[in-house]
Design a protein around this ligand. Sequence first.
Ligand SMILES: [Ca+2]
Ligand SMILES: [Ca+2]
Length: 220
Amino acid sequence: MLSKTGKRAFWFAGGLACALSLLLAVSPASAAFTFDWTSPGVISLTDADVFPPGPVPGSNGENITKVWWGWSSNVHYFRMDLAGTPSGSDSADSYGIHMDFMSGSGDAGYFGVDTLLLSSFDGSSYTPGMNVWDGAAYAPVPGMVLPFTGFDFQASGNMLEWKLYGDLKQFTWWGVTEEGMSFRDISSTVVTTPIPSAAWLLGSGVVALVGLRRRRVMPV
Ligand SMILES: [Ca+2]
Ligand SMILES: [Ca+2]
């Protein structure tokens, strides 16, 4: 039997172990968005470094090896894996997700791409931003004119992640690295399927309800 003090020490030790394991679980070394890249519906494409779709990169820090997309609760997650961690001497000056989700809008000379999620790299840190085709050029978005409510970015070694808040329809995108305004690497095209089965079920439920209501008010 443990004494009162012994019991207290036991629970304290247990609590400490729990707290430590929690700290380890969220340790910044594995900092990443909470998104689970093994969840159903995730698309991942390994980049083959062929032309097309993109030029062969000049260095590991510019070389896209894999791109990822996932969707959860009105948030789109994009991920770009590189052959090496970008550094001052081995990097692209821009890492981006180039998207086309609005038909009839976008640069006709660039496959109708209308939205760029960009992260400029200065050799040590990233500056994220979003540019949208304004009819003549890709310009920073003054507030969210698109169906987005915001975006987020973070990098962990050779893994870059963008998080885009908003409900979008199906769209296409690819990962791009650029140096001095010229492409270094372009990944294969990803076509998203952002409507999960739960939303389809809800949608058909709403349709059924509307049908039911219509039938009820139909004159006899
Ligand atoms: Ca590549
Ligand atoms: Ca477009």
